[in-house]
Design a protein around this ligand. Structure first.
Ligand code: CP
Ligand code: NVA
Length: 309
């Protein structure tokens, strides 16, 4: 049984296998409509239970389509409607029931400890659909999108992140170590990646490049990534934080510091960190990026269910 919790814990050969499978499956679906099932219905009869403790549009819908296209079904739980959410049932008992009723569990939560607890008590795979420290399904899909557009291995590209140090960046840092690509980060001093993640990079004998200057971080980039300055449930003075990121706005001028054919990616939802001109401009591939979540998550599901060929 394979879990999908943090890219740090997954061997790169498995991550690569997922990307290769997603590419094959995406090509094979060209003539199929939204809910038509892939040939062989590899997850026929399987139930993916999803639970969201935080809002979601893309992750929810892409997992719905992913499992349906593989021939399985999904059920979405709202944590506040469960005994667990009301404090009336333990994680251990909830996990036992999930394991007897379902075949896989996708969780979006504000607590990394909760993901760990579920993992300990479940006898079915758990997929992290976003936690404070990680958004692994998003970032693996983003690696896929970068390679699809650039038509080369991400290890040959300069990737820049301009924005907050959050769960998506932590997963991108993990990906930079796993796939060996150059990652330059542009953010205010106060919002640099935490010690734990930087120590992990050092322990793996890799490097990330941090600049408190957006232009320096964007210089020579093949891809510029960003994300909302204010993440879901971010308990900060929002106005103040947005002000602190003012010099890290992704506008046309900043895009001009990167390579001529640099692309812009953003996991969405967006805030004020990117100009309308860039977000909706020719260099932006955000809609393709969002749709690719379906294709990559299908291969993640196959990996977790032990069906990845
Ligand atoms: N990018 C992403 O995870 O979007 P949702 O929050 O809508 O799921
Ligand atoms: N960093 C963002 C990602 C949303 C998909 C958040 O955690 O809210």
């Amino acid at each position: 049984m394979k879990h999908f919790i943090n890219l740090k814990d997954i061997p790169v050969k498995d991550l690569r296998k997922i990307i290769v499978d997603a590419k094959k499956r995406k090509n094979l679906r060209k003539k199929l409509s939204t809910l038509e099932v892939d040939k062989g219905a590899p997850l026929k009869g399987k139930l993916l239970i999803q639970m969201f403790e935080k809002s979601s549009l893309r992750t929810r819908l892409s997992f719905y389509l992913a499992i349906r296209q593989l021939g399985g079904e999904t059920l979405t739980l709202r944590s506040n409607e469960l005994h667990l959410g009301q404090g009336g049932e333990s994680i251990a008992d909830t996990a036992k029931i999930l394991s007897t009723y379902g075949d896989g569990f996708m969780l979006r939560t504000d607590s990394d400890k909760k993901v760990k607890n579920f993992k300990e008590h479940l006898s079915i795979p758990v997929i992290n659909g976003l936690s404070p420290s990680s958004h692994p399904t998003q970032v693996l899909s983003d690696v896929f999108t970068v390679e699809e557009i650039k038509k080369k291995s991400i290890s040959k590209l300069n990737i820049s992140w301009i924005g907050d140090s959050n769960n998506v960046l932590d997963s991108l840092i993990a990906a930079s170590v796993k796939f060996s690509f150059k990652l330059s980060i542009g953010c205010p001093k106060k919002f640099e990646p935490g010690k734990q993640v930087r120590d992990w990079v050092n322990k793996n004998n890799k490097k990330i490049f941090i600049y408190n200057d957006a232009k320096k971080a964007a210089k020579g980039a093949d891809v510029i990534f960003s994300d909302k300055v204010i993440s879901l449930n971010d308990k900060v003075n929002k106005k103040k934080k947005i002000e602190q990121f003012k010099k890290f706005n992704i506008n046309q001028k900043l895009m001009n510091s990167a390579k001529k054919d640099c692309i812009f990616l953003h996991c969405l939802p967006r805030g004020s960190e990117v100009s309308e001109e860039v977000f909706l401009g020719k260099k932006s591939h955000v809609w393709q990026q969002a749709l690719n979540r379906v294709h990559v998550q299908k291969s993640i599901l196959l990996y977790c269910f032990g069906k990845l060929r």
